[in-house]
Design a protein. Structure first.
Length: 402
């Protein structure tokens, strides 16, 4: 833990990590609250699912574009605008009665204007710490985000069932505004200016390491989404057993992030860390009982944050600084598509095979999460002893004749 205690003593690190965690916390709540709220308003889970799908599509398509815009008009402008519109759209869903098509349209708007906090913070990290601290900082970021996915749904369920879905949505709006304002006001955000990219939109994906990181992130999150669907279907949404098992999964990720995330990154790092995930998920398919799932998913979780650390380091070290935000935006898009595909695949298999089918789907996605970086290791950068900061932006300097 010495790596992280020293890191948190660095000026601004604790503040920025806490601010971005607060700003992103509603992302762990909104899916469940929207599901319950729209079902109550329309009487249809299908309508709620349609709106959630529209929200995910909006996030996936707008993420890279909003991230790229930060290099054109500034991070604070993009973040301030998206926070304002996203909160207004969420307020409309909370208080304005609508037909299902309008819920879908407004849900799409919520997705499009989801504040790009994660790309922004991962863009400024290299400017906040020295080269030796950057990988541990990415590891810390990957580990603490588990708080969003462990505590967020619990808070959402408690408020939505105890006080009502409108109160739960109100909390998400307050956190979005408060956390967003805190993050935007951080001095570190004002000290970093993202240069305008000179490359065409999407060109970063033509770099093999960036595509590798995006595909690995896609497969990893698909596996995690399938696991969540399988556990919930096995024990039920309202059962504390589901929460216990998924908390063990996230706790494993939290511990794995602190224990292994700071290790140096070789061409085999992603495959080795993914192997832990695959072994844990494969073992989970053997028995469908809570203690066994808690133990095996805890083991699988030990590899989650370390793999996320690697793919963040790959992206950071293989693009120019002007393209960093867009590259992280594409990484987020891949993860969102993975979450949708993992949930959908698990849903079909749950209908036909029961909860075990979802666990098999998760193990399959985890297998490919390990296989892809193994086969593509020639494109996996060797970052041992290397600076993982973005490539500096350079341009010709006009010279005047003397």
């Amino acid at each position: 833990m010495g790596h992280y205690s020293e890191l948190l003593k660095t000026s601004g690190v604790a503040r920025v990590v806490a601010a971005q965690l607060t700003a992103r916390f509603p992302q762990g709540m909104l899916a469940l609250v929207f599901l319950l709220h729209i079902e109550q308003r329309t009487g249809s889970y299908a309508a709620a699912g349609l709106m959630l799908a529209a929200t995910s599509v909006g996030q996936a398509t707008a993420g890279p574009l909003m991230s790229r815009m930060m290099g054109r008009v500034g991070m604070r402008t993009v973040l301030g605008t998206t926070v304002s519109v996203c909160v207004a759209a969420t307020a409309a869903i909370a208080w304005v009665p609508m037909s299902v098509p309008w819920y879908v349209v407004v849900g799409l708007l919520v997705g499009i204007t989801t504040p790009p906090v994660q790309p922004a913070v991962r863009t400024i990290y290299p400017k906040m710490v020295n080269a030796s601290q950057l990988t541990p900082l990415y590891s810390l970021d990957a580990a603490v985000q588990e708080v969003i996915w462990v505590i967020g749904p619990v808070v959402a369920a408690f408020l939505a069932t105890g006080l009502g879905t409108v109160w739960a949505l109100l909390l998400t709006m307050l956190l979005t505004v408060g956390g967003g304002a805190w993050f935007i006001s951080c001095p570190e955000l004002g000290r970093v200016r993202i240069p305008r990219s000179k490359r065409r939109f999407g060109a970063v994906l033509t770099r093999p390491p960036i595509m590798l990181a995006t595909v690995v992130g896609f497969l990893l999150i698909a596996a995690c989404a399938a696991i969540e669907a399988g556990v919930v279907s096995a024990f039920g949404h309202g059962s504390p057993v589901s929460g216990f098992v998924l908390a063990a999964f996230s706790t494993g990720s939290l511990i794995g992030g602190f224990a292994f995330g700071h290790k140096q990154i070789s061409p085999w790092s992603t495959a080795r860390r993914s192997l832990i995930i695959f072994l844990g998920m494969a073992l989970a398919t053997l028995f469908l009982n809570a203690p066994w799932l808690a133990v095996t998913l805890f083991i699988a979780g030990l590899g989650i944050a370390p793999v996320l650390t690697v793919i963040s380091a790959i992206v950071s070290s293989n693009v120019k600084f002007a393209d960093t935000a867009e590259a992280f935006g594409w990484l987020g898009t891949g993860e969102l598509i993975g979450a949708a595909l993992g949930s959908a695949t698990a849903g079909f298999l749950i209908d036909s095979e029961g909860p075990t089918g979802a666990l098999w789907a998760a193990a399959g996605f985890a297998f490919f999460t390990c296989l892809v970086p193994t086969l593509a290791r020639r494109w996996h950068p060797d970052l041992r002893g290397r600076d993982v900061s973005p490539v500096p932006d350079t341009e010709p300097i006009p010279m005047t004749p003397s």
